[in-house]
Design a protein around this ligand. Structure first.
Ligand code: SF4
Ligand code: SF4
Length: 168
């Protein structure tokens, strides 16, 4: 839709503002009778007509296996692909030669929530989450270590599916 600019000139003669005030009040009353599009956040987080998409990309989660260990095998792909350079990984190796993350941290403050880490992970270990309430009082609170990533209880984001582009 093209953008139009309406230029309102200053009145050259003395005029009453009653008409403009009545016009404004009429507009207010008109909106009172229309359906509500707002929600009383944080008490309401979804409505009958709207809920957050399962593809919402928010706070990360690390998936765990049946023994409760992180699924990450410290392959190094996610820090490699991350455009914000906000994943810190120090790999380790056990006696059987299995790799695991000695240190795994994500700085949610620097993250741009692109989802590349989730897409590239061969173990489906790191996921973005359907979660946005992660405010902190200091920057250091946004650095999520492995334990914290594993403890996140929110839903994991689903990836974009070309067969279902609108996520329906
Ligand atoms: S979502 Fe993107 S920016 Fe954020 S940690 Fe993953 S790859 Fe990096
Ligand atoms: S891509 Fe997956 S397995 Fe590889 S380091 Fe990242 S989280 Fe771990």
């Amino acid at each position: 839709m093209p953008i139009t600019v309406k230029t309102v000139g200053r009145p050259t003669t003395e005029s009453s503002y009653v008409r403009a005030a009545l016009h404004g009040m009429a507009l207010t009353f008109k909106h009172l009778l229309q359906p509500k599009w707002t929600m009383q956040y944080p008490e309401e987080k979804s409505s009958a007509t709207w809920t957050i998409s399962s593809r919402y990309r928010g706070t990360h989660r690390m998936a765990v296996d049946e023994t409760g260990k992180a699924k990450c095998v410290a392959c190094g792909l996610c820090p490699q692909v991350c455009p914000a350079n906000c994943i810190k990984l120090i790999p380790g190796e056990d006696e059987q030669g299995n790799r695991y993350p000695l240190v795994y941290e994500i700085d949610e403050f620097r993250c741009v929530f692109c989802g590349y880490c989730q897409e590239v992970c061969p173990e489906e270990a790191i996921h973005l989450g359907v979660h946005y309430e992660n405010a902190e009082y200091g920057r250091e609170g946004f650095v999520y270590d492995l334990k914290r990533l594993m403890a996140q209880p929110h839903e994991m984001s689903t990836l974009w599916d070309p067969a279902d582009p609108k996520g329906e």
